[in-house]
Design a protein. Structure first.
Length: 275
């Protein structure tokens, strides 16, 4: 498919809760606002359709693959607004009783052209906040496939939240080929304050790609706090747009000719070696 050299990308920031219908209405409002501002690629945050008190509640809200309200919303929204939509993430039932944390890439005709299941699961105790711990693997099955998809907007590399701490994933994505990296997330506040921006900038710089990272923000059921700061970063690591607090949108122009120019003048991708 032919690619457009210039387009606009939007990272949507939400404060999702336990009411799926309310979350989808809010997501729909923000997708419409992004499109009104001429966005061609819109990225929703991790758990955009449901943020429960704990992971067990997320399992209870899971959908069957290819069915369910959140998946139907993603297809309808992409088609209604004529955008490439990253619906990330939706809990999808797995045969072992757990879920897959799945991000969908939906074309403007409403068809799902790629899906990515989160590979790296958040099993941590936050060092700077005693008592804040997560064991995502208890309820979630890790994905196995690295995904980069061809679109009319160039190649889109897919990942989710905690994945951004693992450079080997992006080395692989760089070898497959990507022009834009999309990062749905629900980063914790203590880690987000220190790590969110530098990790995303590192991913942009090392692969010379645009990064469109959408985050949850605020307080959710059970008292969980997320960092927000949805952001668009250029391939040289520069911050192009940011939404610090509250629901909203960070939106910026993507210039694939600039990506090509940088890669010619600074050919780090060609210099990679197997070690």
């Amino acid at each position: 498919m032919s690619e457009r050299e210039r387009f606009r990308a939007a990272a949507v920031q939400m404060t999702s809760g336990t009411d799926v219908e309310a979350n989808l209405r809010e997501a729909g409002r923000l997708v419409a606002a992004a499109r009104e501002a001429r966005a061609d690629l819109v990225v929703l945050p991790e758990n955009f359709s449901f943020m429960g008190k704990d992971d067990a509640a997320r399992v209870a809200s899971a959908e069957e693959a290819g069915e369910g309200r959140a998946q139907a919303f993603a297809s309808l929204s992409a088609r209604e607004h004529g955008v490439w939509l990253v619906a990330g993430t939706i809990p999808i039932r797995h045969r072992d009783g757990r879920v897959l944390s799945r991000s969908l890439l939906v074309a403007p005709d409403g068809k799902v052209v790629a899906s990515y299941d989160k590979i790296h699961l958040f099993d941590v105790s936050v060092p700077t906040k005693p008592g804040e711990s997560y064991r995502e693997s208890a309820t979630t099955v890790p994905g196995e496939n690295v995904v980069s998809a061809a679109t009319t907007l160039g190649r889109v590399g897919m990942c989710v939240c905690y994945d951004i701490r693992f450079p080997a994933l992006y080395d692989r994505l760089g070898r497959i080929g990507m022009d834009v990296l999309v990062v749905p997330a629900a980063f914790t506040v203590p880690t987000g304050r220190v790590h969110w921006r530098p990790l995303l900038q590192a991913r942009a710089i090392e692969s010379l790609v645009y990064v469109v990272a959408s985050g949850q923000w605020g307080e959710h059921a059970g008292g969980r706090l997320t960092y927000g700061h949805s952001i668009v970063i250029g391939p040289w690591g520069e911050v192009l747009a940011e939404c610090p607090d509250g629901p909203g949108i960070a939106q910026a122009e993507i210039d694939l000719a600039e990506v090509a120019r940088l890669r010619r003048q600074f050919p780090v991708l060609e210099h990679r070696r197997e070690l």
